[in-house]
Design a protein around this ligand. Structure first.
Ligand SMILES: Cc1cc2nc3c(=O)[nH]c(=O)nc-3n(C[C@H](O)[C@H](O)[C@H](O)COP(=O)(O)O)c2cc1C
Length: 367
């Protein structure tokens, strides 16, 4: 299936502006999602079920471990269609307390030689109050996580920034099946990176003081560029905080000096933004291993970055991630990728003698 997409559809789609294609897919997905027979037809082609892939993580039942990462469905329009595409879960957003139209265009640039995308959306979304209405109290065919971030605008003080965080989190914390606090958007006005332990401590302290009483699992999404020292500090700060369920490792690469791109410099030099796809993979995988080594099983880990194949997904699971997410793999290889990954995972589990995906998690170092 991916073969057909890569040979037939992609050469046409990749001739057009990436953001227009993204918008087209969102529109098509939301239309199909609203028509049950169209959903069933899609499921007949793309959905793959196997009991070996089903597991309960953080109290939530997942039919398979492959999710759509935050950023594709920013305005919560695909929850109805994604189960038919074969995803085991999705993360909507990132959503911010106030709506934001996004950074100046172009906000997406493809780098095919690197199987990567430069992303410069800057947290474009319709805002927490409007998007809350699309999910609150509803159940979908798969678990839905809600990603929340700080509004992308100029704030006068640190207090205002923390107020905005709390407003977004409070508005969204009872929506969906889990909440993700996105600490690592690389494209904001103030470039505030809440993975910086000093800023993170202020945010965690404020959340503690608000006594938010989270009733759902809460994940923190971290940057791909995290240093060992930052990882240590984050683990230390989060370990005693029972409301922190785990981490998503990771977001985009912001530090371009830390990766070697194959694309000609003229294609990317003049474009700001974080890098997705294959360049994220070694960094995110390293972080999954690091967090598992340093924190044992205290946290649930979700691996994200450069997952294109079953082998990519399996590497994250074997090194300690309970679930995985992707965006760029689907853009480069098409919607059939999800089924291929899930089928391939079953094959890899069988080969290693595991009867369920949960048995393989964190077993990487034993081989
Ligand atoms: C078009 C696009 C938009 C994104 N927007 C967000 C976002 O709003 N919030 C977020 O946490 N991550 C966002 N990301 C990052 C992805 O969720 C993911 O962490 C990253 O792209 C690595 O995964 P991938 O290589 O499978 O794309 C975005 C990525 C892409 C490609």
């Amino acid at each position: 299936m991916s073969f057909l997409y890569e040979r037939l559809a992609k050469p046409i789609l990749f001739r057009f502006d990436p953001e227009r294609i993204h918008d087209l897919f969102i529109w098509k997905g939301s239309v199909i999602g609203a028509i049950p027979p169209a959903r069933w037809l899609l499921a007949a082609v793309y959905r793959y079920r196997n009991p070996a892939l089903a597991q309960t993580v953080a109290g939530i039942r997942f039919e398979n471990p492959v999710g759509l990462a935050a950023g594709f469905d920013k305005d919560c329009r695909l929850m109805h269609v994604l189960p038919s595409v074969g995803f085991g879960f999705e993360e909507v957003g990132s959503i911010t307390a106030e709506a934001y139209g996004g950074n100046p265009r172009p906000r997406l640039v493809r780098l095919p030689a690197d199987q990567s995308i430069i992303v410069y959306y800057g947290l474009k979304n319709k805002g927490a109050n409007a998007l809350r209405q699309r999910i609150i109290g509803k159940r979908f065919g798969i678990p839905v996580g809600v990603s929340v971030a700080k509004t992308n605008k100029r704030f006068k003080s640190d207090k205002e920034k923390l107020d905005d965080w709390v407003k977004g989190i409070t508005t969204l914390k009872d929506c969906g099946d889990y909440l993700t606090i996105n600490l690592s958007c690389p494209n904001t006005y103030d470039a505030a990176n809440y993975c910086d332990p000093r800023l993170l401590e202020k945010l965690l302290f404020r959340i503690d003081n608000e006594k938010l009483r989270f009733t759902k699992p809460v994940f923190l999404k971290l940057t791909a560029d995290l240093t060992d020292a930052q990882a240590d500090a984050i683990i230390e700060a989060c370990t005693p905080r029972k409301w922190v369920t785990g981490f998503i490792l990771s977001n985009l690469v912001k530090d371009r000096a830390s990766v070697k791109l194959k694309s000609p410099a003229a294609k990317y030099e003049k474009h700001s933004g974080g890098l997705s796809g294959k360049v994220v993979q070694p960094k995110a995988l390293r972080l999954v291993k690091l967090f598992r080594e340093k924190a044992g099983n205290r946290f649930v880990l979700i691996g994200c970055g450069g997952i294109f194949t079953a082998e990519d997904a399996y590497a994250y699971l074997k090194n300690g991630a309970s679930l995985v997410q992707l965006v760029t793999g689907m853009i480069y290889r098409g919607p059939g990728t999800i089924k291929e990954i899930n089928k391939g995972l079953v094959r890899l589990l069988e080969k290693d003698g595991y009867t369920n995906v949960a048995d393989a998690i964190g077993k990487g170092n034993e081989q």
